[in-house]
Design a protein around this ligand. Structure first.
Ligand code: ADP
Length: 486
């Protein structure tokens, strides 16, 4: 099985969130199963500056973008020994501070940047064919299934190749004003509600969903939720139309990257049978955040994009009450300026109770997983969520809202039977969040019960093996089915 796995971000090369972790780890797990995977992503500044192992391939691609011919130089790097990644280098598009934007917001030319990326990837696929499957991820790659099907005569070499499209988050549409239509090289018949039009705008995600041969999303629960108007982000009708081609496959964890026994970022490694290292990590985390170093106070951690999706409004709503509980709270996040400002003001008000760091800091994210006792994810919706699974491995008990992948992976703790691996709440409010945090803190006072809960959490296995097998089975099924015209 030869698979071209295309994503706008892939760990460890470039990352803004869980998408990068998921694609990077899936690729490695597929390679372990004997699948021939090649990655494709843009050659961002961070990769060009931080990666010393970039090879010239001698290949270049030229594609039309809004009447101009734009050139991409194809570089190659390796993740480990067996996983090659093609990097499409076009400095006018990708040699920038951020992947999708900077502190001022999204780049104004994102439609053009990722139109180029999609077209250049198709050209690269054609030149390096044969491929059984091109596996695309999120809106930045959504033009690939559209153009491959609409302009199939231009892509004879990959005519038999199937395209799988994974939706990591249905809320990110890649929507752009009609003025960007000329970038795409699509006939006006495709700018209708049946195809890429969405309330007068272009919706790239919708295009990907309509034209791919099959769709996946990142948990079974989320695959069900997005069929409904409540969680379908206006695209639930498209999801229902493609229901028989949609599969929910849970993301896994890369335990090479997220494992307290080997993690190079944390103060002291530890394992379930000897948790002394975790105590040292807790002290380290309290020091980093300038909080009183106390072993006994429950330390709650949160690492999150600061976006509406992540439940920050109900966290803020509950904050006053939380600050009156016996706990400390440490937060790491970046994103929405409004939330940054709200959070930034809190340590001044409650210096003994809360520490906030704004920014993207992978090492600190690992330190929080290791040093905290409890990990908070009050998301409004969560397609899969990775941090709750990382937390389990680090013996840091998740408190989550019962939605999407959080609901699929966390079972509510039952104090009488001892069953469960975390704490869940359903209603979306400050009060329900507070109640779940209180429940978790109450259990920390029962040392024996908490130890048992930690041991159970650390024994959970969310490795990629099982999910990668499901992807491989889907690739095989796709490769065997005839091409359908839409
Ligand atoms: P999402 O992909 O919606 O952001 P996930 O829980 O699936 O949420 O994945 C988030 C990933 O991004 C985790 O690996 C988490 O540690 C990381 N992350 C999020 N925000 C930050 C940050 N500010 N600094 C470092 N890592 C972060």
């Amino acid at each position: 099985m030869k698979v071209l796995l295309v994503s706008p971000e892939i760990a460890p090369l470039a990352k803004t969130g869980g998408l990068a972790d998921a694609v990077g780890a899936l690729a490695r797990a597929l390679v372990d199963l004997g699948c021939e995977v090649t990655l494709v992503m843009p050659a961002y500044r961070t990769i060009l500056e931080n990666n010393s192992q970039l090879e010239e391939t001698g290949m270049e691609v030229e594609v039309p973008v809004a009447g101009r011919s734009m050139r991409g130089v194809i570089l190659r790097t390796w993740i480990g020994k067996k996983l090659p990644a093609f990097l499409i280098r076009a400095d006018s598009y990708f040699l920038r501070e951020g992947l999708y934007g900077n502190a001022k917001g999204d780049y104004a030319d994102n439609a053009e940047r990722f139109t180029f990326f999609g077209k250049a990837t198709l050209e690269l696929a054609r030149r390096t064919a044969p491929w059984d499957v091109i596996h695309c991820n999120d809106w930045q790659t959504a033009l690939i299934p559209v153009l491959k099907k609409v302009h199939s005569q231009s892509y004879g070499e990959i005519q038999k190749t199937k395209v799988l499209f994974t939706i990591h988050n249905l809320a990110h549409h890649g929507d752009f004003p009609f003025s960007s239509w000329n970038l795409l090289d699509l006939d006006m018949q495709y700018f209708t509600p049946r195809y890429l039009e969405f309330y007068g705008n272009i919706n790239l995600l919708k295009g990907g969903m309509l034209f791919a041969d099959a769709l996946t999303t990142v948990s079974k629960k989320y695959a069900g939720e997005i069929r409904t108007p409540e969680w379908g982000c206006g695209l639930d009708g498209v999801i229902r139309d493609r229901e028989k081609d949609l599969y929910g496959i849970l993301n896994g964890v890369d335990y090479q990257e997220w494992n307290p026994e080997t993690d190079p970022h944390i103060k002291k490694n530890y394992k379930a049978k000897n948790l002394i290292g975790k105590k040292i990590c807790k002290k380290d985390l309290q020091e980093i955040y300038g909080l009183p170093v106390k072993a006994s106070v429950p330390l709650v951690g949160m690492v999150s994009r600061l976006a509406d999706q992540k439940g920050l409004d109900i966290l803020i709503e509950a904050m006053e009450d939380l600050m009156h509980l016996d706990l400390q709270l440490v937060i790491l996040g970046a994103g929405d300026q409004r939330y940054q400002a709200l959070l930034d003001g809190l340590p001044g008000k409650y210096p003994e109770k809360i520490g906030v760091k704004i920014g993207f800091d992978n090492a600190l994210a690992h330190k929080i997983e290791a040093g905290a006792d409890i990990f908070l994810m009050p998301s409004k919706f969560e397609p899969c969520g990775l941090n709750q699974m990382y937390s389990l491995k680090y013996g840091t008990i998740p408190v989550v809202r019962a939605t999407g992948g959080l609901d699929d992976t966390i079972e509510d703790y039952n104090p009488s039977s001892g069953s469960g691996n975390g704490f869940k709440f359903s209603g979306y409010s400050g009060a329900t969040l507070l109640e779940a945090v209180k429940r978790s803190i109450a259990v920390t006072y029962n040392r024996k019960a908490w130890r048992q809960l930690m041991a159970k959490a650390m024994a959970c296995d969310f490795s990629w093996g099982k999910s990668a097998k499901e992807y491989l089975a889907l690739y095989r099924k796709l490769a065997e089915t005839p091409i359908l015209k839409r």
